[in-house]
Write a protein that binds this ligand. Structure first.
Ligand SMILES: C[S@@+](CC[C@H](N)C(=O)[O-])C[C@H]1O[C@@H](n2cnc3c(N)ncnc32)[C@H](O)[C@@H]1O
Length: 284
Protein backbone atom coordinates (compact mmCIF):
# COMPACT_ATOMS: atom_id res chain seq x y z
CA UNK A 1 0.00 0.00 0.00
CA UNK A 2 1.15 3.54 0.34
CA UNK A 3 2.25 3.88 -3.30
CA UNK A 4 1.42 6.98 -5.33
CA UNK A 5 -0.67 6.60 -8.44
CA UNK A 6 0.53 9.13 -11.00
CA UNK A 7 -1.96 11.02 -13.16
CA UNK A 8 -1.98 10.45 -16.92
CA UNK A 9 -2.27 13.78 -18.79
CA UNK A 10 -3.91 12.29 -21.94
CA UNK A 11 -7.19 13.83 -23.06
CA UNK A 12 -10.32 11.82 -22.36
CA UNK A 13 -12.28 10.57 -25.38
CA UNK A 14 -15.76 11.22 -23.98
CA UNK A 15 -17.42 12.18 -20.75
CA UNK A 16 -20.04 9.76 -19.43
CA UNK A 17 -23.70 10.47 -20.13
CA UNK A 18 -24.75 9.32 -16.66
CA UNK A 19 -24.33 10.86 -13.25
CA UNK A 20 -23.61 7.88 -11.06
CA UNK A 21 -23.29 7.54 -7.30
CA UNK A 22 -19.86 6.01 -6.68
CA UNK A 23 -18.54 7.21 -10.05
CA UNK A 24 -14.75 7.18 -10.39
CA UNK A 25 -14.73 10.28 -12.53
CA UNK A 26 -12.30 12.05 -10.22
CA UNK A 27 -9.85 9.14 -10.40
CA UNK A 28 -9.88 8.53 -14.14
CA UNK A 29 -6.57 10.23 -14.90
CA UNK A 30 -4.82 8.14 -12.25
CA UNK A 31 -6.54 4.85 -13.15
CA UNK A 32 -5.55 5.30 -16.79
CA UNK A 33 -1.92 5.04 -15.75
CA UNK A 34 -2.58 1.36 -14.98
CA UNK A 35 -3.90 0.40 -18.42
CA UNK A 36 -1.65 -1.88 -20.45
CA UNK A 37 0.31 -0.19 -23.22
CA UNK A 38 -0.18 -3.10 -25.65
CA UNK A 39 -3.50 -3.90 -27.36
CA UNK A 40 -5.87 -5.50 -24.94
CA UNK A 41 -9.51 -6.38 -24.41
CA UNK A 42 -11.06 -4.11 -21.80
CA UNK A 43 -13.67 -5.59 -19.44
CA UNK A 44 -15.68 -3.62 -16.88
CA UNK A 45 -18.24 -5.79 -15.05
CA UNK A 46 -19.54 -3.04 -12.68
CA UNK A 47 -19.86 -0.39 -15.37
CA UNK A 48 -22.18 2.26 -13.86
CA UNK A 49 -21.33 5.45 -15.76
CA UNK A 50 -18.21 3.67 -17.13
CA UNK A 51 -16.09 6.82 -16.96
CA UNK A 52 -12.79 4.95 -17.34
CA UNK A 53 -14.15 3.17 -20.42
CA UNK A 54 -15.38 6.39 -22.07
CA UNK A 55 -12.16 8.21 -21.26
CA UNK A 56 -10.13 5.39 -22.83
CA UNK A 57 -12.27 4.29 -25.79
CA UNK A 58 -10.74 0.81 -26.09
CA UNK A 59 -10.89 -1.00 -29.46
CA UNK A 60 -12.37 -4.13 -27.95
CA UNK A 61 -14.44 -4.11 -24.77
CA UNK A 62 -17.06 -5.83 -22.64
CA UNK A 63 -19.25 -3.74 -20.33
CA UNK A 64 -21.53 -5.30 -17.75
CA UNK A 65 -23.81 -4.22 -14.93
CA UNK A 66 -26.61 -5.81 -12.94
CA UNK A 67 -28.79 -2.80 -13.77
CA UNK A 68 -30.75 -3.96 -16.82
CA UNK A 69 -32.25 -0.50 -17.47
CA UNK A 70 -28.78 1.04 -17.52
CA UNK A 71 -27.55 -1.59 -19.98
CA UNK A 72 -30.65 -1.11 -22.13
CA UNK A 73 -29.91 2.63 -22.26
CA UNK A 74 -26.33 1.86 -23.39
CA UNK A 75 -27.70 -0.39 -26.17
CA UNK A 76 -29.80 2.47 -27.53
CA UNK A 77 -27.03 5.02 -26.98
CA UNK A 78 -24.69 2.84 -29.06
CA UNK A 79 -27.03 2.59 -32.03
CA UNK A 80 -29.19 5.75 -32.01
CA UNK A 81 -27.26 8.50 -30.22
CA UNK A 82 -28.81 11.44 -32.07
CA UNK A 83 -32.41 10.26 -31.81
CA UNK A 84 -31.86 9.48 -28.17
CA UNK A 85 -30.35 12.89 -27.43
CA UNK A 86 -33.30 14.57 -29.16
CA UNK A 87 -35.80 12.49 -27.14
CA UNK A 88 -34.17 13.34 -23.81
CA UNK A 89 -33.87 17.03 -24.65
CA UNK A 90 -37.56 17.11 -25.62
CA UNK A 91 -38.69 16.16 -22.10
CA UNK A 92 -39.30 19.34 -20.05
CA UNK A 93 -36.94 19.65 -17.10
CA UNK A 94 -39.74 20.44 -14.66
CA UNK A 95 -40.55 18.90 -11.32
CA UNK A 96 -44.00 17.88 -12.55
CA UNK A 97 -42.57 16.12 -15.59
CA UNK A 98 -39.94 14.36 -13.48
CA UNK A 99 -42.55 12.70 -11.28
CA UNK A 100 -44.70 11.90 -14.30
CA UNK A 101 -41.76 10.15 -15.98
CA UNK A 102 -40.94 8.39 -12.72
CA UNK A 103 -44.49 6.97 -12.53
CA UNK A 104 -44.30 5.50 -16.04
CA UNK A 105 -43.75 1.78 -16.41
CA UNK A 106 -40.55 1.31 -18.48
CA UNK A 107 -41.53 -2.24 -19.38
CA UNK A 108 -44.43 -0.92 -21.42
CA UNK A 109 -42.29 1.55 -23.38
CA UNK A 110 -40.53 1.29 -26.73
CA UNK A 111 -36.73 0.88 -26.40
CA UNK A 112 -35.93 4.48 -27.44
CA UNK A 113 -38.49 5.98 -25.04
CA UNK A 114 -37.39 3.69 -22.26
CA UNK A 115 -33.74 4.70 -22.65
CA UNK A 116 -34.68 8.39 -22.88
CA UNK A 117 -36.71 8.12 -19.66
CA UNK A 118 -33.79 6.45 -17.88
CA UNK A 119 -31.29 9.12 -18.95
CA UNK A 120 -33.75 11.89 -18.08
CA UNK A 121 -34.47 10.53 -14.58
CA UNK A 122 -30.78 9.92 -13.97
CA UNK A 123 -29.97 13.50 -14.93
CA UNK A 124 -32.55 15.18 -12.74
CA UNK A 125 -32.64 12.81 -9.77
CA UNK A 126 -31.00 13.43 -6.44
CA UNK A 127 -27.19 13.06 -6.75
CA UNK A 128 -27.25 10.43 -9.51
CA UNK A 129 -28.52 7.83 -7.07
CA UNK A 130 -30.15 4.72 -8.48
CA UNK A 131 -32.49 3.22 -5.92
CA UNK A 132 -35.60 1.14 -6.34
CA UNK A 133 -38.44 0.03 -4.13
CA UNK A 134 -39.23 -3.62 -3.46
CA UNK A 135 -41.24 -3.79 -6.65
CA UNK A 136 -38.13 -2.71 -8.58
CA UNK A 137 -39.53 0.75 -9.40
CA UNK A 138 -37.16 3.74 -9.38
CA UNK A 139 -38.02 5.91 -6.37
CA UNK A 140 -35.35 8.63 -6.09
CA UNK A 141 -36.69 12.19 -5.60
CA UNK A 142 -35.86 15.03 -7.93
CA UNK A 143 -32.55 16.71 -7.20
CA UNK A 144 -31.23 20.24 -7.50
CA UNK A 145 -27.92 21.40 -9.07
CA UNK A 146 -28.10 18.44 -11.43
CA UNK A 147 -26.47 20.12 -14.42
CA UNK A 148 -27.74 19.87 -17.96
CA UNK A 149 -28.39 16.86 -20.16
CA UNK A 150 -25.23 16.38 -22.28
CA UNK A 151 -25.54 17.71 -25.82
CA UNK A 152 -25.95 15.63 -28.97
CA UNK A 153 -22.21 15.66 -29.70
CA UNK A 154 -21.52 14.07 -26.33
CA UNK A 155 -24.09 11.36 -26.99
CA UNK A 156 -22.42 10.74 -30.33
CA UNK A 157 -18.91 10.46 -28.88
CA UNK A 158 -20.17 7.92 -26.34
CA UNK A 159 -21.81 5.93 -29.14
CA UNK A 160 -18.50 5.77 -30.99
CA UNK A 161 -16.83 4.28 -27.91
CA UNK A 162 -19.73 1.83 -27.45
CA UNK A 163 -19.44 0.54 -31.03
CA UNK A 164 -16.53 -1.63 -29.96
CA UNK A 165 -18.19 -2.88 -26.80
CA UNK A 166 -20.23 -5.95 -26.09
CA UNK A 167 -22.89 -5.22 -23.47
CA UNK A 168 -23.73 -7.84 -20.86
CA UNK A 169 -26.53 -7.16 -18.40
CA UNK A 170 -26.28 -9.30 -15.30
CA UNK A 171 -24.11 -10.36 -12.41
CA UNK A 172 -20.38 -9.66 -12.65
CA UNK A 173 -19.44 -13.34 -12.49
CA UNK A 174 -21.34 -13.98 -15.73
CA UNK A 175 -19.65 -11.00 -17.31
CA UNK A 176 -16.26 -12.49 -16.47
CA UNK A 177 -16.85 -16.05 -17.74
CA UNK A 178 -14.49 -15.79 -20.70
CA UNK A 179 -11.61 -13.76 -19.27
CA UNK A 180 -8.39 -14.79 -20.97
CA UNK A 181 -4.68 -14.00 -21.03
CA UNK A 182 -3.92 -10.39 -21.86
CA UNK A 183 -7.37 -9.00 -20.92
CA UNK A 184 -7.61 -5.95 -18.70
CA UNK A 185 -10.44 -6.00 -16.13
CA UNK A 186 -11.46 -2.95 -14.12
CA UNK A 187 -13.66 -3.86 -11.13
CA UNK A 188 -15.45 -1.16 -9.18
CA UNK A 189 -18.02 -2.99 -7.05
CA UNK A 190 -20.37 -1.22 -4.63
CA UNK A 191 -18.85 -0.69 -1.21
CA UNK A 192 -20.68 -2.80 1.27
CA UNK A 193 -19.92 -1.56 4.76
CA UNK A 194 -22.08 -1.30 7.82
CA UNK A 195 -22.13 2.47 7.34
CA UNK A 196 -23.58 2.43 3.87
CA UNK A 197 -27.17 1.29 3.53
CA UNK A 198 -27.05 -1.78 1.35
CA UNK A 199 -30.68 -2.36 0.55
CA UNK A 200 -31.51 -0.82 -2.75
CA UNK A 201 -28.31 1.19 -3.03
CA UNK A 202 -27.99 0.18 -6.67
CA UNK A 203 -31.32 -1.64 -6.85
CA UNK A 204 -32.47 -4.70 -5.04
CA UNK A 205 -30.34 -7.18 -6.98
CA UNK A 206 -27.17 -5.28 -6.15
CA UNK A 207 -24.21 -6.64 -4.25
CA UNK A 208 -24.51 -7.35 -0.51
CA UNK A 209 -21.68 -7.43 2.01
CA UNK A 210 -21.17 -11.21 1.77
CA UNK A 211 -20.42 -10.77 -1.90
CA UNK A 212 -17.00 -9.24 -1.32
CA UNK A 213 -15.69 -12.80 -1.15
CA UNK A 214 -17.04 -13.38 -4.65
CA UNK A 215 -15.26 -10.25 -5.89
CA UNK A 216 -11.96 -11.37 -4.34
CA UNK A 217 -12.37 -14.82 -5.87
CA UNK A 218 -13.05 -13.25 -9.27
CA UNK A 219 -9.83 -11.18 -9.07
CA UNK A 220 -7.83 -14.30 -8.23
CA UNK A 221 -9.32 -16.12 -11.23
CA UNK A 222 -8.44 -13.20 -13.50
CA UNK A 223 -4.87 -13.34 -12.21
CA UNK A 224 -4.71 -17.11 -12.78
CA UNK A 225 -5.94 -16.62 -16.35
CA UNK A 226 -2.94 -14.38 -17.03
CA UNK A 227 -5.05 -11.23 -17.31
CA UNK A 228 -4.67 -7.85 -15.58
CA UNK A 229 -7.08 -6.68 -12.94
CA UNK A 230 -7.50 -3.34 -11.22
CA UNK A 231 -9.88 -3.31 -8.27
CA UNK A 232 -11.20 -0.12 -6.63
CA UNK A 233 -12.49 -0.56 -3.11
CA UNK A 234 -12.67 1.34 0.13
CA UNK A 235 -9.82 0.80 2.57
CA UNK A 236 -10.72 -2.62 3.89
CA UNK A 237 -8.63 -5.02 5.94
CA UNK A 238 -10.30 -7.94 4.16
CA UNK A 239 -9.15 -6.68 0.77
CA UNK A 240 -5.60 -5.99 1.95
CA UNK A 241 -5.36 -9.45 3.51
CA UNK A 242 -6.69 -11.11 0.35
CA UNK A 243 -3.96 -9.68 -1.91
CA UNK A 244 -0.70 -9.75 0.05
CA UNK A 245 1.49 -9.75 -3.08
CA UNK A 246 -0.52 -7.35 -5.24
CA UNK A 247 0.39 -3.70 -5.68
CA UNK A 248 -1.88 -1.45 -3.68
CA UNK A 249 -2.31 2.28 -4.01
CA UNK A 250 -4.09 4.39 -1.43
CA UNK A 251 -6.13 7.39 -2.57
CA UNK A 252 -7.85 10.02 -0.50
CA UNK A 253 -11.23 10.65 -2.05
CA UNK A 254 -14.48 12.37 -1.28
CA UNK A 255 -17.07 9.63 -1.28
CA UNK A 256 -20.62 10.14 -2.36
CA UNK A 257 -21.79 6.57 -2.37
CA UNK A 258 -25.33 6.64 -1.15
CA UNK A 259 -25.86 10.22 -2.22
CA UNK A 260 -26.87 11.45 1.21
CA UNK A 261 -24.66 13.91 3.04
CA UNK A 262 -24.56 11.83 6.20
CA UNK A 263 -22.82 9.13 4.17
CA UNK A 264 -20.59 11.55 2.31
CA UNK A 265 -17.11 11.83 3.69
CA UNK A 266 -13.49 11.96 2.74
CA UNK A 267 -12.11 8.47 2.96
CA UNK A 268 -9.22 6.33 1.97
CA UNK A 269 -9.76 4.15 -1.04
CA UNK A 270 -7.66 1.36 -2.39
CA UNK A 271 -6.67 0.51 -5.90
CA UNK A 272 -5.38 -3.06 -5.94
CA UNK A 273 -3.78 -4.49 -9.05
CA UNK A 274 -1.68 -7.36 -10.32
CA UNK A 275 -0.13 -5.10 -12.99
CA UNK A 276 3.58 -4.77 -12.33
CA UNK A 277 4.06 -1.03 -11.57
CA UNK A 278 7.58 -0.97 -13.08
CA UNK A 279 7.01 -2.90 -16.29
CA UNK A 280 3.23 -2.91 -16.70
CA UNK A 281 3.70 -6.62 -17.38
CA UNK A 282 1.08 -9.33 -17.26
CA UNK A 283 1.09 -11.45 -14.14
CA UNK A 284 2.26 -14.63 -15.91
C1 LIG B 1 -19.54 1.90 -7.73
S1 LIG B 1 -20.64 1.64 -9.06
C2 LIG B 1 -19.58 1.67 -10.46
C3 LIG B 1 -19.22 3.07 -10.81
C4 LIG B 1 -18.42 3.20 -12.09
N1 LIG B 1 -17.06 2.73 -11.94
C5 LIG B 1 -18.42 4.64 -12.52
O1 LIG B 1 -17.35 5.28 -12.59
O2 LIG B 1 -19.52 5.16 -12.74
C6 LIG B 1 -21.04 -0.04 -8.87
C7 LIG B 1 -21.92 -0.60 -9.98
O3 LIG B 1 -22.05 -2.01 -9.74
C8 LIG B 1 -23.34 -2.42 -10.16
N2 LIG B 1 -23.63 -3.71 -9.49
C9 LIG B 1 -24.09 -3.93 -8.24
N3 LIG B 1 -24.15 -5.26 -8.00
C10 LIG B 1 -23.71 -5.89 -9.11
C11 LIG B 1 -23.53 -7.25 -9.46
N4 LIG B 1 -23.83 -8.23 -8.61
N5 LIG B 1 -23.04 -7.54 -10.68
C12 LIG B 1 -22.76 -6.53 -11.58
N6 LIG B 1 -22.93 -5.21 -11.30
C13 LIG B 1 -23.38 -4.90 -10.08
C14 LIG B 1 -24.26 -1.26 -9.77
O4 LIG B 1 -25.43 -1.28 -10.55
C15 LIG B 1 -23.33 -0.06 -10.05
O5 LIG B 1 -23.58 0.47 -11.33
Amino acid sequence: MRKQLAASPDKVWARPIFRWAGSKRGQVSRLRGLLPTKTFRYIEPFAGSACLFFATRPDNAVLGDINADLMQAYEVLATHPRLLAAKVHAIPATKRQYYKARRENPEKMLPLDRAARFIYLNRYCFNGVYRTNRAGRFNVPRGSHTGRVPDEREFYRCSVALRNAELRAGDFEQCLVDVRKGDFVYLDPPYTTARVPEEGQYGYQSLRSGDLTRVIRACKKIDEAGAHFVLSYHASAAVLAAFPTATTYALMVRRNVAGYSRHRRTGRELVVTNVDPRTGASPQ
